[in-house]
Ligand binder design. Sequence first.
Ligand code: TYM
Length: 330
Amino acid sequence: MIPRVLSGIQPSGNLHIGNYLGALGNWVKIQHQYESIFCIVDLHAITVYQKPEELRSKIREIAGIFVAAGIDPEHSRIVVQSTVPAHAELAWLLTCVTPMGWLERMTQFKAKAAAQESIGDGLFQYPVLMAADILLYQANVVPVGEDQMQHLELARDIAQRFNSLYGDTFTMPATKLPSVGARIMGLDDPTAKMSKSASGSGHAVALLDPPDRIKKTIMRATTDSNPGVDFETMGPGVANLLAIFQAFSGWTDDAMRTNFSGMRYGDLKKQVAEMTISCLEPMQKRYQEITADPEYLDGILQRGADVVTPIANATVKLVKERMGIYTPAR
Ligand code: TYM
């Protein structure tokens, strides 16, 4: 059997180069080695308040970006999470086997909860819904950025607990990180992860930013007090710029050292900006073409849901049988 890959992105802000280098770009590279399912996780997005109109348009925008970036809709399934109700159903079933203590340990929950005045229960249950996304399809491989590793470990713990309580049911999913770019940092503050929700124009390069904005953001990036690139003593800002260049270019470590050692920061930033723009421009052009025809995207999302729904429903049926809850005789 061909192994299955599954991953997801929240439609909760502008996709940025961290999302691309940590996840989406990697999906594009590996999609044909697997049976691939990529989700736009709108039920996750609403764990913090989203303006309804913005959420609706972000979901479409992200579907367009997936295809523009190179997700092949003839091969891979692009699925809006809420269009397959089994995600929410399995999440409930898994909630009942997940100890609260496991969820209390989640660092993303702690960080997000600290930033909110009132916390919805959905934010607490968030990792269980993510486990459901993965286990619903018996995914073998989950390609994500580094920040999702703890959630993936939890998904495996939940699967293991379920399997030991009710018998072998779920496949153990493996985490797949990109070799470079698994954790892209904020350009304004390289000690914090680049994030969709962080405000401030100097923080992130969005995938749909025009070239002049990309250049401006990168040219203003925080570096350090060295006169130029020193691979032994560089600070996190310079390391981040080099990681962005290397992840986009695919250069080897040796090529990076040869080209960049001693380079002044102005020149380094110029090269990083040029590389970023040249990688994003073709995607942005395709995005404009794709979104000119809204029915094309609707068709892809409908097909995605149609293909994966039977797989998802079969898992829920099996889980219900295993747990002993009511299933009709025929
Ligand atoms: P989300 O929407 O925050 O991020 C989507 C993907 O982008 C990666 N990523 C990064 N990679 C490198 N550097 C960064 N600064 C950076 N920021 C984000 C994330 O690691 C992720 O791979 N909970 C998930 C969505 C999700 C999911 C799933 C993922 C829901 N169900 C099932 C995998 C499988 C999330 O919030 O990702």
